[in-house]
Design a protein around this ligand. Structure first.
Ligand code: 4NP
Length: 164
């Protein structure tokens, strides 16, 4: 089982989109049984909450239903549990690494946009403090990065998408 955790600040805007989109792409590839996919926030303000209405809306426009997700806060155990911890921005990455003072798991922690080299950004912008129009561009980045991330994992592990 390949375990992957998407991480942002509140776990209501960006990382639910990462979880939902990556899950959707894995399902399209017929590889659901190979992956465990989750998301979390470094902060605790929204624990138990559904994804932001605008994240739900833009995801659903692409056939991705994230309504059942509930926010949770990342814990130190997640660093040993997951194989890949994908941070939406540099501050989220620092928040994850702060839970691993020994640095034992630091190689597992990556930035989402490392998987989108043509994007021109390091950080997925936080749409929470902007208007509803901020969410689609964020999902564009997350979709492209998720496709590349999945391709890289499949290549690393000699896995192939299965016909449906
Ligand atoms: P997210 O967006 O990290 O993409 O879920 C945010 C959601 C809530 C807050 C900040 C960012 N907040 O400060 O409550």
């Amino acid at each position: 089982m390949i375990k992957i955790l998407f991480v942002c600040l509140g776990n209501i805007c960006r990382s639910p989109l990462g979880e939902g989109m990556f899950r959707h792409l894995v399902a399209e590839s017929g590889l659901e049984d190979c992956f465990a996919i989750d998301s979390a926030g470094t902060g605790n303000w929204h624990v138990g909450a559904s994804p932001h209405a605008d994240s739900q809306r833009v995801a659903l426009q692409r056939g991705v239903n994230i309504a059942e997700q509930r926010a949770r806060q990342i814990t130190p155990l997640d660093l040993s549990e997951f194989d890949y911890l994908i941070a939406m921005d540099s501050s989220n990455k620092e928040g994850i690494l702060a839970l691993d003072p020994s640095g034992r798991f630091s190689q597992k922690v990556k930035l989402m946009l490392e998987y989108h080299p043509t994007c021109g950004l390091t950080d997925v912008p936080d749409p929470y403090f902007g208007g509803p129009e901020g969410f689609n561009p964020v999902l564009d980045m997350i979709e492209e990065a998720s496709r590349n991330l999945l391709a890289e994992i499949l290549s690393e592990r000699n896995l192939r998408a299965r016909g449906r």
